[in-house]
Design a protein around this ligand. Structure first.
Ligand code: TMP
Length: 206
């Protein structure tokens, strides 16, 4: 079987973690050990160290610094991802380069041309990107129900709205690669939408 690279994206409170666990279980039932479930920033020991520094290090890094940190982590991670996909494995990655454009670009105003250059030079193209989207009333309620875990979760509603708008713009700009998933329904319903997208886009029935 050919290698596949799938990414899952979305702002805080869209229910991404729940869906990631569900999809990972479905894919593992299908492809077993050939499935690598990973995340960004992170996914290798070095990249996880950068994640810790960026999100939990107590530093108030400038947006440009965060952009370079996530790309430093990505440069490491991509070596692992390439090897996995080239050997015919399936990768499911929690966030990838769209998060950088949405959070640092749309959210914090880092130059989008620079972010596009970094993507071109460092990243690799997913076969499919699932972008989870839900209205603010839902994401705010979900965020309020859990404790703040990293620097970006402290940002306000206006920031969350810019990030969500950024993700929608990305989905509209790259319809071949991206599917916008309405994540406002019950988890089972959202999981079905995701399964349908995999079947339609990749021919993977799960
Ligand atoms: P997570 O909570 O989904 O694991 O994501 C970690 C945080 O990192 C989240 O608040 C978003 C942020 N992030 C960026 O700001 N830019 C990026 O490129 C990535 C991958 C994550």
């Amino acid at each position: 079987m050919a290698g596949l690279f799938i990414t899952m994206e979305g702002g805080e409170g869209v229910g991404k973690s729940t869906q990631l666990v569900r999809l990972a279980a479905r894919l593992r039932a299908l492809r077993g050990d050939a499935v690598l479930v990973t995340r960004e920033p992170g996914g290798t020991p070095g990249a996880e160290a950068i994640r810790q520094l960026m999100l939990h290090g107590g530093h108030d890094f400038a947006p440009l610094t965060d952009t370079l940190l996530v790309y430093a982590a990505r440069a490491e991670h991509v070596r692992l991802l390439r090897a996995q996909v080239q050997s015919g494995g399936l990768v499911l990655c929690d966030r990838f380069f769209d998060s950088t454009l949405a959070y640092q670009g749309y959210g914090l105003g880092v130059d989008r041309g620079l972010i596009a250059t970094l993507r071109r030079e460092i990243a690799m193209e997913p076969d499919l990107t699932l972008i989870l989207d839900a209205p603010p009333a839902i994401t705010q309620a979900r965020r309020a129900a859990r404790s703040i875990d990293d620097r970006y979760e402290r940002f306000d509603a206006a920031f969350a709205a810019r990030v969500a708008a950024g993700f929608r713009a990305i989905a509209a700009a790259e319809p071949q690669r991206c599917v916008l998933i309405d994540a406002s329904g019950a988890p089972e319903h959202v999981a079905d939408l995701i399964a349908r997208a995999l079947e339609e886009r990749l021919g993977v029935a799960c």
